[in-house]
Every structure is written in C-alpha cells, then in structure tokens.
Design a protein around this ligand. Structure first.
Ligand code: GAR
Length: 306
C-alpha cells in the first residue's frame, strides 16, 4: 500500500459520510430522523441506526451546530437549584471517563450550579489507575473489592452502602426564590431537598444485580463503547470490525436489569478506517466518550434528573 493511499481513503470515508448527512437531511427533512428510522435489529440498522440519534428525536440539520456545540449553557431550574444530589462515580480501571466527568464538574461548577458535587470515586479494583488521579483532585476514593465477597449480592450490598454514605450532605441554604428582603426564615426552611447520589458507571466492569439496579432506579447511568443496541457486552470494537461496520461509537444510557439495554441518553459516532484494529478504534471511540458522558450528565442535572 503506497504512502498516499491511506490519507486518501480516510478522506473519502469522511467525505462520503458528510455527503450522506446532506443527502438524507435535505431529502427527508432531517438526517437524524432518517437514521433513527432504520430498523435496529438488522445488521445495517444495528451499525447505523443509532448514529447521532439524540433522545430518539430527529434534530435535523438546523440543530446540528447546536448539537455539536454541546449544551454548556444549560439553564438551572428552580427545581435542581433547590435540591442537593451528590455524584458517585464507579470505575474499574484507567478512569479516563471519570476524569472527563470530574473536569466538567469542576470547570462548570456542578456543585453550585446543580447542587451536584462529585462526592466520591469507588473502584472494585485496588489497582485502578483512576483512583490516584481522583485522590489528587481531592475527591474521596474507596476500594470495595468484589473478591472479598462470597457472591454478587453481597458485593452489591456493600457497594450500595458505600454509595449511600456519600449522599445526604447539604452544602448550604436553599435560595429563597422571590422572597422579599427582611422576611424571617423559619428554621428548616432554608434546607435543600437532599436526594440519594447519582451513580455514574465509568468503565465499571461488574454486572449489577437486579436488586441493586432497582434500588438505584432513575439515578444509575452507564457508558458503553458501542452504538447500542448493537454489540452489548464485551469486545465491542473487535466485534464491530468483524461485522464490517463502517461506523462505530459509544452510548450513554440508563441502567436497567438487562445488560446494556436502558434508555439511550447520548451517542457519538466515529468512522471505522480501513487500517483500524480494535485498539485504534477503541482509542477513537474513547475520545468521543469524554465528550458525550459529561454532556449527558449535564443534561440530566439541568433537567432535575427527569
Ligand atoms: C470505556 O471505553 C468504557 O466505555 C468501557 O470501558 C472503558 C473504560 O475506560 N466500558 C465498558 O466496556 C462497560 N461495559 P476508562 O476507564 O478510561 O474510562
């Protein structure tokens, strides 16, 4: 293969992709609607249907710049301004997604903006590299090794206890929206509504029991390195390559009792290049994970987790 061939192929893959965006967008009133309408249970649909689907709504070309720009300007509603919900992040390894979440929380001041500080990082592995990084940020860390427990239920129970211990700390008085100056505040009136922690799985490689999932329903989110519903489980990049997918990506989704199945909150897409192996594809996808995971959480917090 000549030296000039690879860049040319890569260029043509990208050009073809954007041409298809334009064609579908103009012909059918929205690329997103067109792509989302593909049946997800076909191979083509599995590879392509979730591409750029955003909350299952067709966003259309007009919405594209806004989508790409993210939602850093999400507004704070009285609901979440008056409530307090800490964030607990679960990891098993490198923790680059955890770091992306923590950085976003720091830069955008999620604690003040949404009442949602990152309270702790918990790992099921003592050697998880992300633990040191979190400690250096001044975040509480904890190791709960699954090998110390007889079964999944016991491990999950210890995990649930540890998570609960990081919730419930109010960080200040509830703003009195619209209250005229000088009106006396009765004791207790200034307290925020304190919710149990939001739990973010960031490369946490344990299957959770139905009991754990039920106990954390509505506040349990995961990131998975594939365009769900395609390629649940492990070895997603090798399987996408083996299936001949032209695009791959990642999905932020709610966690249900079924592995990698919950409602999709955000997705990213990258082209699969001819020279890709699982490692290069994983790296390209991971870079997009660091964008969509903070974006999904920011949206949830801004909407009061609804
Ligand atoms: C990420 O690619 C994440 O999507 C994946 O593990 C990697 C963790 O990287 N998660 C899963 O496969 C969960 N089924 P990180 O530790 O650097 O964030």
């Amino acid at each position: 293969m000549g030296a000039g061939v690879l860049p040319k192929r890569r260029f043509s893959t990208v050009v073809r992709f954007f041409l298809s965006v334009l064609r579908h967008g103009l012909a059918r009133g929205g690329f997103f609607a067109a792509m989302c309408s593909l049946p997800p249970d076909s191979l083509v649909g599995a590879c392509a249907a979730p591409v750029f689907c955003h909350d299952r709504r067709g966003v259309g070309l007009v919405g594209l710049p806004r989508y790409l720009a993210g939602c850093g300007g999400a507004r704070v509603t009285p609901d979440n301004r008056n409530s307090m919900q800490s964030i607990v992040i679960l990891i098993s390894g490198g923790g680059s997604n955890m770091a992306a979440l923590v950085r976003a929380a720091q830069q955008e001041d999620w604690a003040a903006r949404y009442g949602a500080p990152v309270a702790a990082v918990i790992s099921n592995r003592a050697d998880a590299a992300g633990l040191q990084w979190a400690q250096a940020q001044g975040i509480a860390t904890q190791v709960i090794s699954h090998t110390d427990f007889a079964d999944r239920a016991q491990f999950d129970s210890a995990l649930a206890q540890a998570i609960a211990a990081h919730g419930g700390k109010d960080i200040g008085p509830k703003p009195l929206v619209g209250a005229p100056l000088g009106i006396a505040v009765h004791p207790g009136e200034g307290a925020r509504d304190v919710k149990p922690p939001l739990v973010l799985l960031a490369g946490f490689m344990r299957i959770l029991t139905p009991g754990f999932v039920q106990a954390h329903a509505g506040r349990l989110v995961n990131i998975h390195p594939s365009l769900l519903p395609a390629f649940t489980g492990l070895h997603t990049h090798a399987r996408a390559l083996a299936a001949g997918c032209k695009f791959a990506g990642a999905t932020v989704h709610r966690v249900t009792e079924v592995l990698d199945e919950g409602a999709i909150l955000e997705q990213s897409v990258v082209p699969v290049l001819p020279e890709d192996d699982a490692r290069t594809l994983a790296a390209r996808v991971l870079a997009t994970e660091h964008i969509i995971y903070p974006r999904a959480v920011r949206r949830l917090l801004a909407a009061g987790l609804s």
